[in-house]
Design a protein. Structure first.
Length: 426
């Protein structure tokens, strides 16, 4: 067993929004292999380019002990493996552990006696020890907690957030034995300025991660439902929230689309496990239903507003501003803006999507959406401001007058426009 990890080499498996910042921080202090199966991604990183925009070129250059590779054999040099691959859901909203299982199979082919495997990917409680570790054991022929060990330290990356980065977000850690728990905790303390919290077990750490975003999801669902109610009563939701927000303990949530790689996904991991043990979650799934239906609600409100202005919906031209799942970030994973686009197309509406942050190739590959290079002048019957990018916050009445026809509707989902500019607010 590793008793002194000071000079041990680390391998980070998966160089996305979670893995790359971690690899860079460890790479400033000790040898690190940054591994990804995406050869193009690895080639870009070797050239100092991060397409996710999470790590600037100068920060990449500071990681002098970090090397990138797509060669599995390079992993054999490591003694500590940190797995940061995606854990999505499938079309039936069930956990898709395929990337995690594949990574575990790969680690089973390179792991040696005394090594430690640490998982950071979001999972349901028990997944590390029940689903992943048996795969490593089977492929390697090694015995868990005798020949190799495990830890779990859930990621808390917030894509696009330049204030809350990996080093200044408190990190939960755990290990498969008390000794390993301490080693894992000390390892992360090397780079986490904010400190660490040592969970009592891997299952506790897994559960803590999955409820962090489940709690946010349920809270947003409550505010979304309140928005539906207040809209029926012709009361401005933001006015209500600002008034209620004057109380010291009122939580500052806002209504909106709930997508991304965490909040719109993690609750399904918890509900899957709950149902597997015979409990049917009610509040969590109710919140998911509300949030998953917000795109349909937005379009229904938009169509009603268009009809009131006698705008012919069939064949209308609508501009959607923003595709990414959040503002000032290129991440389009699980974005709920696509629900709005799809619903509009069901009404035979011509939809243009403009997003200066999103990658056009990824938008086409993932969703079949052909992003426009720029909106057209005097062309649109309606505009939906779906993502609050800084570029859109400077839009004023004259900007929309240039884009819109005489009779038109402006729907601001993010409260970034003055009330006098928009016709609808969520």
């Amino acid at each position: 067993m590793i008793t002194n990890n000071t000079m041990q080499e680390i391998a980070i498996i998966g160089l996305g929004y979670v893995g790359l910042p971690l690899a860079v921080e460890f790479g400033k202090k000790r040898p690190v292999i940054g591994f990804d199966i995406d050869k193009v991604r690895v080639a870009e990183l070797k050239q100092g380019k991060d397409r996710t925009l999470e790590v600037e070129a100068e920060l990449l250059a500071e990681a002098t002990f970090l090397k990138f590779s797509d060669d599995v054999n390079a992993l054999k040099q490591a003694n500590i493996y940190i797995v940061t691959v995606p854990t999505p859901i499938d079309q039936h909203k069930k956990p898709n552990l395929t990337p995690l299982i594949k990574a575990s199979e790969m680690l089973g082919s390179v792991i040696n006696k005394g090594d430690i495997v640490i998982y950071e990917s979001t999972v349901y409680p028990g997944a590390t020890e029940e689903d992943c570790i048996p795969v490593v054991e089977s492929v390697s022929g090694l015995k868990f907690n005798r020949d190799f060990f495990a830890g779990y330290s859930p990621e808390r990356i917030n894509p696009g957030d330049k204030e809350h980065r990996v080093t200044n977000i408190l990190k939960v850690t755990s290990g498969s034995t008390p000794e390993i728990s301490e080693i894992v905790d000390q390892l992360y303390r090397e780079i986490i300025i904010a400190g660490t919290f040592k969970a009592t077990s891997i299952r506790v750490a897994e559960a803590a991660k999955v409820i962090e975003n489940t709690q946010r999801d349920v809270n947003i669902a409550l505010i979304n439902e309140l928005a539906l109610i207040f809209n029926e009563m012709d009361i401005d939701t933001l006015d209500v929230l600002e008034a209620a927000g004057t109380k010291w303990n009122f939580l500052p949530f806002r209504p909106g689309l709930v997508g991304g790689h965490c909040i719109g996904v993690d609750p399904y991991y918890l509900t899957h496990k709950a149902e597997a043990i015979g409990y049917h979650p009610q509040m969590i799934l109710a919140g998911r239903r509300i949030n998953d239906n917000m795109g349909k609600y937005v379009v229904s409100e938009l169509v009603k507003a268009m009809l009131k202005k006698r705008i012919h919906v069939d064949g209308a031209n609508v501009l959607v501003l923003g595709l990414t799942f959040k503002e000032n970030c290129p991440d389009i994973r699980n974005t709920k803006v696509v629900d709005i686009v799809s619903e509009l197309q069901d009404y035979s509406v011509n939809v243009d999507v403009y997003d200066p942050w999103a990658c056009p190739k990824l938008a086409m590959h993932e969703y079949g959406i052909d992003l426009v290079v720029a909106p057209k002048d005097e062309y649109y019957d309606a505009v939906v401001l779906a993502v609050g990018h800084d570029q859109f916050k400077v839009f004023d009445k004259s900007t929309f007058n240039k884009l819109l026809r005489k009779e038109s509707v402006i729907y601001d989902l993010k409260y970034v426009l003055p009330k006098s500019v928009s016709d609808l607010r969520l």
